[in-house]
Design a protein around this ligand. Structure first.
Ligand SMILES: C[S@@+](CC[C@H](N)C(=O)[O-])C[C@H]1O[C@@H](n2cnc3c(N)ncnc32)[C@H](O)[C@@H]1O
Length: 231
């Protein structure tokens, strides 16, 4: 990890630890919660991510990225469920969780018996959240920052990507990265609730799950989520 990336993650970690340790509760606070579709895993979520974001921006005095790590996403929940129900996928393997957010998928891989788990995210707060959430679940996950999408090799046996196809520009970078990894012999699994950026014919469905909705701004109580791999 480059020094500025590491410094940002260290600062974010100290802020998250302060937030978690502070007394009291409220809509603009974090709480450690069981994941509805993956109750084996607990992660810190914001009661109301928008309020948490606004308060942290006011505290920082500058804009911060949206706190995606403070919610559990449908794609990540399906992928984590799939790993825990099929532990052979991760057991004894080197796993990379791309765009890890809270680290839910990485933690599930560790619980499933992965030999080594790395969780990567470009948001320093997500890197910090992975660290505190792995600690809360008593598993080892190496949290890394920086953008891997233009790199060639993952160094992993299994590459996991939960809910990363939520934006056209990001999908246009993620899909070639996943394809390169698969071409290099890495097994690739994607968890996706079809946010409109799934490429026709390039990914094959492995499993499909009805996932309880936990995201902000989604009205339906359950969302159908697919686990896919490169076709
Ligand atoms: C919708 S969240 C999904 C988080 C998690 N995988 C899950 O399913 O709960 C998307 C995450 O992608 C991260 N992200 C966006 N662009 C990225 C990139 N180029 N490399 C790594 N992470 C990225 C964001 O910071 C965010 O945490």
């Amino acid at each position: 990890m480059l020094a500025p990336v590491r410094d940002a993650a260290v600062a974010a970690l100290s802020e998250l630890e302060r937030e978690i340790g502070a007394p009291g509760g409220g809509l603009d606070r974090l709480r450690l919660a069981r994941t509805p579709f993956v109750p084996e895993v607990r992660v810190h979520v914001a009661e109301d991510p928008i309020l948490w974001w606004a308060r942290m921006e006011a505290y920082a005095g500058h804009r911060l990225p949206p706190p995606y790590w403070a919610s559990v996403w449908a794609g990540g929940q399906a992928l984590a469920r799939h790993l825990l129900d099929h532990p052979d996928l991760a057991a004894g393997r080197r796993v990379l969780d791309l765009a890890a957010g809270s680290g839910l998928v990485a933690i599930a891989a560790a619980l499933a018996g992965a030999e080594q788990v790395t969780a990567n995210d470009i948001d320093p707060y997500a890197v910090a959240a992975v660290t505190v959430n792995a600690r809360a679940n008593r598993v080892r996950v190496a949290a890394t920052g920086g953008d891997l999408l233009d790199t060639l090799a993952t160094g992993a046996d299994l590459l996991l990507a939960g809910d990363v196809l939520y934006d056209r520009a990001l999908a246009d970078r993620v899909l070639p990265f996943l394809a390169r990894a698969a071409a290099n012999g890495t097994e690739v699994l994607v968890g996706d609730p079809d946010r409109g950026h799934l490429p026709p014919g390039r990914l094959a469905v492995v499993a499909s799950y009805p996932v309880p909705t936990t995201e902000p701004a989604v009205d339906s109580p359950v969302r159908r989520v697919q686990v896919l791999r490169p076709a």
